[in-house]
Design a protein around this ligand. Sequence first.
Ligand SMILES: C[S@@+](CC[C@H](N)C(=O)[O-])C[C@H]1O[C@@H](n2cnc3c(N)ncnc32)[C@H](O)[C@@H]1O
Length: 204
Amino acid sequence: MMAGMTKSWVKQRKRDGYYRKAKAEGFRSRAAYKLIQINERFSIVTEGNVVVDLGAAPGGWSQVALELVGPKGVVIAVDRKRMEPIEGVRLVRGDLSNPATMEAVLEEIERKVDVVLSDMAPRLTGNKHVDHGKSMSLAEGALKFASQTLGRGGCLVVKVFQGDMFPEYAERTSKLFEFSQSHSPKASTSSSRETYLVAKGYLG
Ligand SMILES: C[S@@+](CC[C@H](N)C(=O)[O-])C[C@H]1O[C@@H](n2cnc3c(N)ncnc32)[C@H](O)[C@@H]1O
């Protein structure tokens, strides 16, 4: 490494690199590349799928999912924040912890869901224990949502900030699916505590 190239400089470059790439390629967030990389590795979203994207704003994952499902698929984007519409994506605004949000999503779906994606993240406090706890409760919400909506064979991808509650969550999730693995895509910065639990083959 050249003199002056500190780790944080490299990290910043990487972040800026994905940021610039997202702008150039028309994605609303650099987070889009995390889903692209997860999907390249695990083949989660495929043509014709019904996909629910939890914590979707500003919409990078929904853009990627829409391309992957194609014209016969359905993408429903859920967020408590307002999100600019994306042509072809159905928007549901609401907090996932509110039962009315779940009902609004169910109204949008005519058949079982193939993939539940959750990139939901809490408002960070900077205290890693508090942030971990908040992220786990969002992950619990995503798992509950997935259990109520996924068809047999369905997939779940859920973001968590790692910490002591994660192993039990991962263990419990693994029993509901044929396959599960935690994975940190290259587009996640190495310093970040985030990882994605990728689960395939919902046992119903
Ligand atoms: C990291 S951003 C998602 C970025 C998105 N995947 C993309 O590619 O543009 C996390 C989102 O989770 C949403 N969120 C957090 N908690 C939520 C909750 N309880 N219900 C719904 N959305 C939530 C936030 O409003 C925020 O927009």
